[in-house]
Design a protein around this ligand. Structure first.
Ligand code: 13P
Ligand code: ZN
Length: 270
């Protein structure tokens, strides 16, 4: 077996969690990430037959049976991941009953996967139906998006339009827009189901007064998605502080942008 700490996926997880902490989007144990692993890669680092523990889940994830994930631990601080990956991360496989996971590495000292596993796994199931290459689901408490959820209209159309208008790149990066849930209790199957339903259309979903979910093919793509939306929210904060919008990107500009970059913007948002 090769050393897990040399596994590219683990290195990426360490890099992203460190960055999310550095950016101030994951205070304390805030945030969680799940990364769907390639079986032929992960089995070079862990023994499929050596199950350290079986950990129950509060929902049925039978669509994911046999799949391997690298997942941040519940209650673990992103700031500590780089110094101690084996305590703060885990490699798990969805067990044959679909209602538990087998731990193959990590969660040293009795840890368990994020309390948001329902939202992560249900989102993976939803995204995989739309895009078979989707591998990452990322949740964080991005500061300006969180702040905007208190001050801005919370319909997906109006919220998305504001973000698109704050930075020319936004429409190119998330042409389908941003999904928005009502406030729901974190960690529940209810919020998991609602997030996954949104994930059929959107790769970014706002949890008002809490944070943001992003999904994508790679760590970089998913991080970049959240980063771009968060940057737009930051610009919006400055724009409001400077007295509000005096001129804006027009629908005509957006259509030219979409044509230039070959993206199809959500038609319901025009
Ligand atoms: P966990 O520590 O269980 O991952 O929870 C953090 C969080 O952000 C909950 O939404
Ligand atoms: Zn959270």
């Amino acid at each position: 077996m090769k050393d897990v700490l040399n596994y590219q996926a683990v290195k990426e997880m360490i890099d992203i969690t460190s960055n999310l902490y550095r950016l101030g989007w994951d205070e304390r144990n805030g945030g969680n990430i799940s990364y769907l692993l390639e079986e032929n890669e992960v089995l070079q680092y862990v023994d499929a037959a050596k199950v350290l523990r079986n950990i129950p889940m509060i929902f049925n994830g039978e669509e994911l049976i046999g799949k391997y994930f690298l997942v941040t631990g519940s209650g673990k601080f992103f700031k500590n991941v780089a110094a101690d990956p084996e305590t703060n991360l885990g490699i798990i496989r969805v067990a044959g009953d679909g209602e538990s996971v087998d731990l193959l590495w990590g969660y040293k000292g009795g840890g368990v996967p994020t309390s948001e596993l329902p939202a992560h796994f249900m989102s993976h199931i939803a995204r995989l139906e739309v895009d078979s290459e989707n591998r990452v689901v990322m949740h964080c408490h991005a500061t300006h998006l969180l702040a905007m959820s208190f001050t801005h209209d919370l319909t997906p159309k109006v919220f998305t339009r504001t973000l698109w208008e704050m930075c020319t790149e936004c429409l190119v990066v998330f042409p389908e827009g941003v999904g928005i849930l009502p406030w729901l209790t974190p960690g529940t199957n209810e919020i998991g189901e609602a997030t996954a339903e949104m994930m059929k259309v959107f790769r970014i979903v706002l949890w008002p007064f809490h944070g943001i979910y992003g999904a994508g093919k790679t760590m970089d793509e998913t991080f970049g998605l959240i980063e771009t939306a968060e940057k737009a929210a930051e610009v919006y904060t400055y724009v409001c502080a400077q007295g509000g919008v005096k001129q804006r990107i027009t629908d005509e500009n957006f259509r030219a942008l979409a044509k230039q970059f070959g993206v199809v913007p959500n038609k319901d948002f025009f």
